[in-house]
Design a protein around this ligand. Structure first.
Ligand code: ACO
Length: 336
């Protein structure tokens, strides 16, 4: 689904005016995983680039991680929580079916004037949320939107399955969006989905198809199933295509981008994207070595760390690109 640039130019622009992130203190290294499943630090690093990941405690549901990231973004943006009129939380690990995680975050951060809802687009959720926020700002329905990507994947991973448990971690990232005079903000946005491939990356049980209280629940438990090779293939193709389309929509080339911020799933996937876009890896933000794949949080945490470490400055153009279960994918070009 393209957001075509000429129409974006005629609308009220939306800028990212602050970012924040949070990861739990507990570090789980590859050596720790060697004690759980038949794997090795060498295999995990060579195949994925991941060295360690953060794991949230039982007292830290997704809303807690999300609220910490949101507070950091609010502080970074220099606004008060009362100014936020919409909270969008992207997550595939909500605290519960309802209320939404966004509603639970609202109370934790005191954003009493906000409407709240969640977005379900797996690992792509943060950019789906950013584009949704842009639309609310463009239409002047909202002034100040908080978008969060937060996931506690440690709760839905099968810790006996070495194909998946080595890949994931917990965390949250957040951004505040608002119209900023004199800034073009979000230049273009591309989103796409392919529900035909739902079963290469999914959680079979726990929802209405196989409820947790049904007799079939044990055959369809609420843990992640993934066809790694298929996921890998589609992730590279979808993220390269989405990036190229978002660049074209924004009327810029890859050379104009100061920093590429991709979904942090696997270093080899990022290297393949860099290769196909003919961009050197030093212009790609990579932090998956320390966090693993944190799903909807991954690109949001990477954005926050890249912004805070001065990887780009005001006026620079950045490109974010994501991919996840659904299948879903998205890419966004932003003038910072
Ligand atoms: N440790 C040791 N060996 C392992 C492990 C492990 N943790 N996991 C798998 N293996 C073995 C396999 O059993 C297989 O053994 P075999 O040859 O005897 O059958 C061998 O390693 C190779 O397995 P492959 O699946 O071919 O390994 P591959 O190079 O494809 O790497 C990986 C696997 C890392 C999962 C890769 O396919 C990948 O990254 N896929 C994309 C995953 C992804 O991005 N998922 C999330 C995206 S969306 C979202 O974020 C929710």
């Amino acid at each position: 689904m393209p957001s075509d640039t000429p129409s974006l130019r005629s609308l009220r622009s939306a800028s990212i005016i602050g970012t924040g992130s949070y990861a739990p203190d507990r570090v789980m290294t590859n050596a720790d995983l060697e004690k759980l499943v038949e794997t090795s630090d060498e295999w995990i690093q060579a195949r994925t680039g991941i060295r360690e990941r953060r794991i949230a405690g039982p007292e830290q549901p997704t809303s807690e991680l999300a609220a910490r990231a949101a507070q950091a973004a609010i502080e970074n943006a220099g606004i008060s929580p009362e100014e936020i009129d919409l909270i969008i939380c992207a997550t595939c690990t909500p605290d519960m079916f309802f209320p939404s995680t966004a509603c639970l975050v609202q109370t934790k951060i005191g954003a009493v004037n906000a409407a709240c809802f969640d977005i379900s687009a797996a690992c792509s959720g943060f950019l789906f949320g950013v584009e949704t926020a842009r639309q609310y700002i463009a239409s002047s329905t909202c002034q100040t939107v908080l978008v969060i990507g937060a996931d506690k994947l440690s709760g839905i991973v099968d810790w006996t399955d070495r194909n998946t448990c080595v890949l994931f971690g917990d965390g949250a990232g957040a951004a505040i969006l608002r119209h900023r005079e004199g800034s073009r903000g979000i230049l273009s946005s591309r989103m796409g989905s392919n529900g035909k491939l739902a079963e290469i990356l999914y959680i079979p049980g726990g929802g209405s198809a196989h409820p947790a209280n049904s007799p079939t629940f044990t055959e369809n438990p609420a843990t992640m199933r993934m066809n790694g090779r298929e996921t890998y293939k589609h992730a590279v193709t979808a993220m390269v295509n989405a990036s190229q389309q978002a660049l074209a929509d924004a009327g810029v080339s890859a050379d104009d981008i100061a920093c590429f911020i991709p979904h942090q799933a696997n270093l080899r996937i990022i290297e393949a994207i860099a290769d196909r876009l003919q961009v050197s890896m030093d212009r790609f933000m990579v932090n998956l070595d320390f966090y693993g794949n944190t799903s909807a949080a991954a690109v949001a945490i990477a954005l926050d760390e890249a912004a805070r470490s001065g990887r780009f400055k005001q006026g620079d153009k950045i490109l974010m690109v994501v991919f996840g279960g659904g299948l879903t994918w998205a890419s966004t070009v932003v003038e910072w």
